[in-house]
Design a protein around this ligand. Structure first.
Ligand SMILES: Cc1cc2nc3c(=O)[nH]c(=O)nc-3n(C[C@H](O)[C@H](O)[C@H](O)COP(=O)(O)OP(=O)(O)OC[C@H]3O[C@@H](n4cnc5c(N)ncnc54)[C@H](O)[C@@H]3O)c2cc1C
Length: 432
């Protein structure tokens, strides 16, 4: 019997599952497609309902993963193929070329400083630029640079080579090729998380056409001291502090035109963000346009009441019909119904509008489902048909945790990951 377990996706759910399985003595291969583990939680400023610093909770777990004797990290990697089945699945992992020798790179950043190419920074949700050679974020694990082959002038045109010239460690290798790891896994855990739906598809909300409309994840980055503005809350049109801010919930979720299901975390993170903005601009006024307030977790209802009573957050039960730029191009005009569909129509000006887009299964979720031969549900999440074991997929020995299975917050993702680890141990014991 093999005691290797492959965990696909290095967000908080995959990290927790890997740590628990590693502690049980299994040889864990944690496969993450981006250059660092951490997932979406690494992009968050603080987390509800305690408003603890997100990376202060996540970083120790990331570092434990990297240092764990039973966990092998495969970052910038993907599952190429999977054959056979429980308890012996032959898995091939593709480790993509970073054009950097990891054992030599010290993460000093000299190459980044000299690289002449600037491209959109994914981690900063498009709010700033990164270089073609880059660190995904300061606390990345591993803290090693990656060369983005698509934009590197040396790789695309054979011109430049400055990163290699300045790298004292001799870590740059433009000839590096993808490499492969083959192994036999007893079980596979899917923890491939979520993406944000494209809110610009709902044109009435103004994303992409009104400068002062941003997404909730962009606001997380703006609020972060390590983010693109150094934690300064300003609006895009004129770089001034907004004094009147509004959130629109359910942008694409619970909407028959896009995604019928509830994204589950938006009521709470909009409440969190409306509290956090006060730390940045003490006299800011926040309004949340919502359909229903879903505050079902431990301490969540109290959190909403605190936002309302102690921070003056205004909750309006309404789905805005239209968002337009203000006549001077600064701020937005939001048209909404004042009373759950039966009130009067009002148009109000806000300095900044934050959209809470539907959260959808990541692109990697359908890809890994196809490779592993498991089914997806009607919304594209990993199907979990057995209510007695809601972490089992449609294929024995392939399990799921976190957002890849259904929308869920961080505490639930962590709890489910621990449950998955126990379930893997149970299945592998049975197979002995
Ligand atoms: C704006 C916003 C604010 C939020 N605030 C909070 C909060 O305050 N508190 C809270 O509890 N929750 C919050 N959440 C929800 C929280 O982000 C999620 O609960 C959590 O990130 C889920 O973790 P995960 O590991 O399941 O998924 P993810 O964090 O999405 O991680 C999935 C990982 O899998 C990787 N991956 C994807 N496909 C593949 C593949 N095929 N192969 C390899 N790797 C792959 C991805 O690159 C990623 O690293 C917020 C969400 C948003 C959008």
């Amino acid at each position: 019997m093999t005691s290797k377990v492959v965990v696909v996706g290095g967000g908080i759910a995959g990290i927790q599952a890997a740590l628990d399985l590693g502690d049980m003595g299994y040889e864990v291969h944690l496969v993450e497609r981006t250059p660092s583990i951490g997932g979406r939680m690494a992009q968050l400023d603080k987390t509800f309902p305690t408003n603890d610093c997100s990376l202060c909770i996540l970083s120790p777990k990331m570092i434990s993963c990297a240092g764990h004797e039973n966990i092998k990290l495969h970052t910038y990697s993907e599952i190429e193929s999977a054959d056979g089945g429980f308890p012996k699945t032959r898995v091939r992992i593709r480790e993509k070329a970073r054009y950097v020798i990891l054992s030599r790179c010290t993460g000093c950043g000299d190459c980044i400083a000299k690289c002449p190419v600037k491209v959109t920074f994914e981690f900063e949700e498009g709010l700033s630029k990164r270089k073609a050679v880059y660190l995904p974020f300061p606390q990345a694990v591993p803290r090693k640079v990656t060369i983005d082959a698509e934009h590197c002038r040396m790789i695309t045109e054979g011109k430049c080579g400055v990163c290699k010239k300045v790298c004292q460690a001799g870590a740059i290798d433009y000839e590096q090729k993808d490499s492969f790891v083959d192994l036999e896994a007893g079980a596979v855990v899917i923890a491939t998380g979520f993406d944000l739906a494209d809110a610009s598809a709902l044109r009435q909300y103004g994303l992409g056409t009104c400068k002062d409309v941003i997404t909730s994840l962009q606001l997380e980055r703006i609020l972060s001291a390590a983010g693109p503005t150094g934690g300064r809350l300003t609006r895009p049109s004129d770089d001034t502090e907004p004094k009147k801010l509004a959130f629109v919930q359910c942008v694409g979720s619970r909407d028959s035109r896009m995604f019928k299901y509830c994204s589950s975390v938006c009521c709470m993170y909009a409440t969190k963000e409306s509290i956090l903005v006060r730390e940045h601009v003490p006299d800011i006024e926040s309004t949340i346009f919502y359909m229903d307030m879903r505050a079902t977790g431990k301490g969540f209802q109290e959190f909403v009441l605190r936002a309302e009573r102690s921070y003056g957050v205004r909750y309006i039960r309404s789905r805005p019909a239209e968002v337009q730029p203000a006549s001077d191009g600064r701020g937005v005009l939001v048209t909404y119904d004042t009373g759950g569909g039966i009130g009067e129509q009002r148009t109000e000006k806000f300095d900044l509008l934050v959209l809470c887009p539907a959260l959808v299964p990541s692109k990697g979720t359908s890809e890994i489902a196809r490779i592993l031969g498991v089914e997806l549900d009607e919304n594209g999440f990993i199907m979990t048909p057995d209510t007695r074991n809601p972490i089992d997929s449609t294929k024995k020995g392939v399990l799921v945790c976190g957002f890849a299975g259904e929308p869920m917050d961080i505490p639930d993702s962590v709890a489910q990951a621990t449950g998955v680890a126990a379930r893997v141990a149970e299945l592998l014991q049975e197979a002995r």
